[in-house]
Design a protein around this ligand. Structure first.
Ligand SMILES: O=c1nc2n(C[C@H](O)[C@H](O)[C@H](O)CO)c3cc(O)ccc3cc-2c(=O)[nH]1
Ligand SMILES: C[C@H]1O[C@@H](n2cnc3c(N)ncnc32)[C@H](O)[C@@H]1O
Ligand code: SF4
Length: 327
């Protein structure tokens, strides 16, 4: 294979750190390696969060990914849970970080509230087909496709720069993937707020019930191809490099249109059995194939305008310049 040393192809990532308000979750997605039973996990306290955030200063971390297990909407603890997420994001902002929350479905009011302290937010569509409600999502009311589509719709109405995506290899067919991608493209046409779509291959972990084989490389490549055909160019396609089987598949995905590798974090909380390579290692692999790895913020440049006059203390362009200096 000829190696292109022109470095005209750029692939981005977000230097991130994950904070988990709680692992407890009232859903039981059978592929999940993250959740604990409700009531069995102590919640992250603000002072613990502050200590962690302080230790990240001076390291190349810009995004704080707030990833959480979920408290039932009707539970009397729901308010405390939401307040904790709000406070963690607010603290992260005040310490100069950029929060991105992905905490499951929210009411319209909850979403509007969290918008105030997040530069972008996310919720995976997973898959549109309701047949998964009989299998992996049998005990996961948060994964009802209509609810998740409505979340994407509300995020659009609220003009929240949004990350969504598909979870692949959980029992869906090729046609199901096609339908899921079409639904995302359709909502984006209406509101223009979907900044990226994650193609997240199911990866087997040590704590789950599902325990199927990992999503295959050839299906991953097929799915990238299909996503690039269906989604408009303004939506970036992201894949997680730690869940991609080998270097060859990673490069093939880039050739087919993937342009982002997501949050590169010290510990992948969702897939704790799959560590990310060090940035330098990843950089070298990519450079060998003619790809330049560049950091980005958790909000894409085309959405900076959504926040004009919104965050007094944060100057996006200033931070963007300092990111550019890292190169
Ligand atoms: O490190 C991870 N980051 C995950 N992220 C963060 C992502 O990689 C990016 O850092 C953010 O989307 C910012 O662009 C997610 C964000 C979402 O909104 C929805 C799902 C995910 C899933 C993961 C994940 O499994 N691991
Ligand atoms: C935060 C996101 O992580 C994804 N997720 C949950 N469990 C797994 C797994 N075993 N492998 C890959 N992705 C997973 C889901 O898509 C969820 O929405
Ligand atoms: S994937 Fe999310 S919603 Fe499902 S059980 Fe795990 S933490 Fe809960």
């Amino acid at each position: 294979m000829s190696i292109n040393h022109q470095f005209n192809s750029v692939v981005t990532y977000s230097p991130a750190f994950t904070l988990v308000p709680t692992y407890e979750c009232f859903n039981r997605c059978s592929y999940c390696n993250f959740r604990t039973e409700p009531g069995q996990d102590s919640w992250l306290t603000l002072s613990e969060a502050e200590k962690i955030l302080a230790s990240l200063r001076g390291r190349e971390v810009t995004e704080i990914l707030i990833l959480s297990g979920e408290v039932h909407p009707q539970s009397k603890r729901r308010g405390d849970w939401l307040q904790l997420i709000y406070d963690i994001a607010d603290l992260a902002l005040s310490m100069g970080f950029f929060p991105h929350s992905n905490v499951g479905p929210l009411s319209y009011g909850e979403m509007a509230l969290l918008k105030k302290v997040n530069v972008s937010m996310g919720l995976m569509l997973e898959q549109l087909t309701p047949k998964l409600l009989d299998t992996v999502h049998r005990q996961a009311p948060s994964k009802i496709p209509k609810i998740r589509l409505e979340q994407l719709e509300w995020a659009g109405m609220l003009q929240i720069p949004f990350t969504t995506g598909l979870l692949l290899g959980i029992g869906e067919s090729h046609f199901d993937r096609l339908e899921s991608l079409r639904a995302i493209a359709f909502i984006h046409q209406k509101y223009g707020h979907i900044q990226e779509v994650i193609l997240q291959p199911y990866a087997k972990g040590s704590q789950e019930e599902y325990a199927q084989n990992n999503f295959s490389s050839s299906e991953m490549i097929e799915t990238v191809k299909m996503a690039r055909e269906i989604l408009p160019d303004s939506i970036t396609i992201q894949i997680p490099p730690n869940l991609i089987e080998d270097e060859k598949t990673l490069i093939k995905c880039l050739q087919l249109g993937v342009r982002d590798l997501g949050g590169i974090v010290p510990k992948d909380e969702v897939n704790p059995d799959y560590h990310h390579s060090h940035i330098e290692q990843l950089e070298t692999i990519l450079l060998n194939h003619g790809w330049q790895l560049k950091p980005r913020l958790p909000v894409y440049p085309q959405y900076y305008q959504y926040y004009q006059g919104f965050f007094d203390e944060i100057e996006f362009h200033e931070i963007h310049r300092s990111l550019a200096k890292l190169l």
